[in-house]
Design a protein around this ligand. Structure first.
Ligand code: SF4
Length: 338
């Protein structure tokens, strides 16, 4: 039996991230630790802009690229003047010179409006990633996000209607979470057909307001096994809607690990969840085929995640009849079950 992976093809360009920690944010969200993630307490926008220009010039001189530049870590659409235009103008200059091909930013759903987005699009912005976090009113309220699920959905529509690409970020396991909330959020996000999604399970990180809630027993993050399972269930829903899932869990950058007090953080969470999603797909194909398989050809691109982290799924594959020697890694896109 032949089949392909439902994941949309990866983006052909490399992202050049520019972190603007907390810049433009109306307040600090209870779970947010941009300072720990980026290693910076606050954004000195002038220094970041000048550093960026120097780095772009150097990359151009060295023949690097092309890149998609991404302004992350703050609320880009709420930056004070003249910063949105200043960053986009620098990006436009290097786009003209062939180093950059696209420009994206992240922002909050309550900080977009059609006039503003039209202006930013005119200056070269291509895609907006909205930090939706959840469409669930109770989770949004308990997390102090300051908007409702309907506002979050409307913001997605505003981005699309402005002619911009849409990215959605979800944060499963927020305060106020209940069973089924994340699965609903994933279905709602998939129905909006964003280009990309990021899934960042909520963590209690040192120095955040959520730390105090957790210390007082008022917040309990998801366990790692639950997170792995819920992410693995979310992936096929998003892939099936043509959504590229570009991040699962916070990246192991800077000093973050030392600041995670509680919650499902693991450097290989993405690999583990993707592997589990792939196992589910292979299981379904085995059932569908009616075969008692002994061999599986696997596109080389999935070699690193097939057996999960540290071979954790080897026993599950063996139970299907696919023992360690049963896998052959092949060029191309097709899985073949024999
Ligand atoms: S979660 Fe987003 S909006 Fe909230 S403080 Fe962090 S960067 Fe700012």
């Amino acid at each position: 039996m032949r089949f392909t992976h439902p994941e949309p093809p990866p983006s052909p360009t490399t992202v050049w991230p520019v972190f603007l920690p907390f810049a433009g944010c109306p307040y600090r969200c209870i779970y947010c630790a941009q300072d720990k993630q980026t290693g910076r307490d606050a954004a000195d926008l002038d220094a970041i802009l000048h550093g960026l220009e120097a780095d772009l010039e150097q990359a151009l001189a060295r023949g690097r690229g092309p890149y998609e530049i991404a302004f992350y870590g703050g609320t880009f659409t709420a930056l004070p003047e003249p910063w949105p235009a200043a960053f986009l103008d620098v990006a436009a200059r290097y786009r003209e010179r062939g180093l950059l091909t696209r420009v994206r930013c992240s922002t909050r759903p309550d900080c977009v409006d059609p006039g503003l987005l039209a202006d930013l699009r005119g200056r070269g912005l291509d895609l907006v990633e909205l930090g939706i976090q959840s469409f669930d009113d109770r989770a949004l309220k308990r997390s102090g996000r300051g908007y409702t699920g309907d506002v979050a959905a409307s913001a997605c529509a505003v981005v699309r209607e402005s002619g911009l690409g849409l990215g959605i970020q979800l944060l499963p396991g927020l305060p106020g979470d209940r069973p089924g909330v994340f699965a609903d959020d994933v279905r709602r996000a998939a129905a909006l057909r964003p280009e990309t999604a990021r899934l960042y399970p909520c963590l209690a990180i040192r120095g955040t307001p959520l730390e105090a809630l957790w210390r007082h027993g008022a917040y309990e993050p998801w366990s790692l096994p639950r997170t792995r399972r819920e992410l693995a269930e979310a992936l096929p829903v998003l892939w099936g809607a043509g959504v590229r899932v570009i991040r699962l869990g916070l990246p192991p950058e800077n000093t973050l690990e030392g600041h995670v007090l509680a919650g499902p953080w693991h450097p290989a969470l993405g690999q583990s969840a993707r592997g589990l999603a792939l196992l589910g797909m292979v299981r379904d194909k085995v059932a569908e085929s009616g075969l008692a398989p002994t061999r599986l050809d696997v596109p080389r691109r999935y070699q690193g995640e097939l057996l999960g982290h540290g071979g954790e799924l080897a026993g599950e594959y063996a139970a299907l009849g696919l023992h360690r020697g049963a896998f052959r890694y092949v060029d191309g896109d097709e899985f073949v079950l024999r």
